[in-house]
Ligand binder design. Structure first.
Ligand SMILES: C[S@@+](CC[C@H](N)C(=O)[O-])C[C@H]1O[C@@H](n2cnc3c(N)ncnc32)[C@H](O)[C@@H]1O
Length: 266
């Protein structure tokens, strides 16, 4: 993660996600994603024409994880959860899309990306007064204190969203981040996380190809464990696996091993 520039992977995800049909809450701002994406796209060269297989796979992966995570947000709000923490939020606009009276959204992200997002939202005139923005680096301690200072209450259930982040962290911090969330999670809390995994024999396949491109833009892919190892790490962090969706089972265009994992805190 480069300290001096907003995340380009976050930008790419936002552009892919912007035109999806998605739920929103009655008080939500469903246009915020598209407005942010338009702001991000302005002044940029259009991407390569057409839809190669890598692009289709990425689109499928983002679409599957967006659906699963939106579903988790809708369920959490319906069940009365009133704290949603989005870890590595990037240009995710769920805090606006799912705005609900009495529900506190907290967005945690690397300072460079968060500052850029906030500036864009202000320019777009989007109301974010009810969102807590918490700048943090997940490769340093202190997340718990930062959340406490921002008003997160560990005594009440929380929905944690961790999308498209873990593979960019060294193993130590890949494992520490879900543990930090578990430490602040009352019974009834949920963590929904996307995780890129590889075959147990060490073959990286297409993930290896992606790795090269990510390194070039300053966001190298650092941790891609086999599925069983990833799930074991999440359980060791204090969570219980409730559901695993492999994107390839949900959409044949997606590459296998891209998982959306829903975990509970008992
Ligand atoms: C692929 S983007 C995903 C953004 C968003 N969750 C989404 O799905 O649209 C990765 C995000 O992880 C954040 N990130 C990566 N490494 C980080 C670190 N060490 N500390 C804090 N945030 C980090 C980036 O700033 C970026 O917002």
């Amino acid at each position: 993660m480069r300290a001096d520039q907003p995340s380009l992977t976050a930008l790419a995800v936002a552009l892919f996600r912007a035109r999806m049909e998605r739920p929103a809450s009655p008080d939500g701002d469903p246009g915020a994603d598209l407005a942010l994406a338009r702001s991000l796209a302005s002044g940029r060269e259009p991407g390569p024409a057409g839809e190669g297989s890598g692009r289709a796979a990425l689109r499928a992966w983002i679409s599957v994880r967006t659906r699963v995570i939106d579903g988790a947000v809708v369920r959490a709000l319906a069940s009365g959860v009133d704290q949603v923490v989005i870890l590595g939020a990037g240009y995710d606009a769920r805090a606006l899309r799912f705005r609900t009276p009495g529900v506190r959204f907290l967005e945690v992200d690397h300072p460079a990306t968060q500052a850029d997002k906030r500036a864009r939202l202000a320019e777009l005139g989007r109301d974010v007064d009810d969102v807590a923005f918490v700048p943090a680096d997940f490769t340093a301690p202190g997340l718990g204190d930062a959340l406490a200072a921002a008003g997160h209450d560990p005594g009440r259930a929380t929905l944690w969203v961790l999308e498209g982040v873990l593979r960019y962290l060294p193993e130590q911090w890949f494992r520490a981040l879900p543990a930090a969330a578990a430490d602040r999670s009352a019974a009834g809390s949920t963590l929904v996380a996307s995780v890129t995994t590889r075959e147990p024999d060490g073959a990286t396949g297409r993930v290896g190809h992606e790795d090269g491109r990510m390194a070039e833009i300053g966001e190298p892919v650092l941790t891609v464990p086999p599925r069983a190892v990833a799930l074991a790490w999440l359980e060791e962090a204090g969570w219980t696996v409730e559901e695993v969706v492999d994107a390839a089972d949900a959409d044949p265009d997606a590459h296998p091993g891209h998982l959306v994992v829903t975990l509970g805190r008992v």
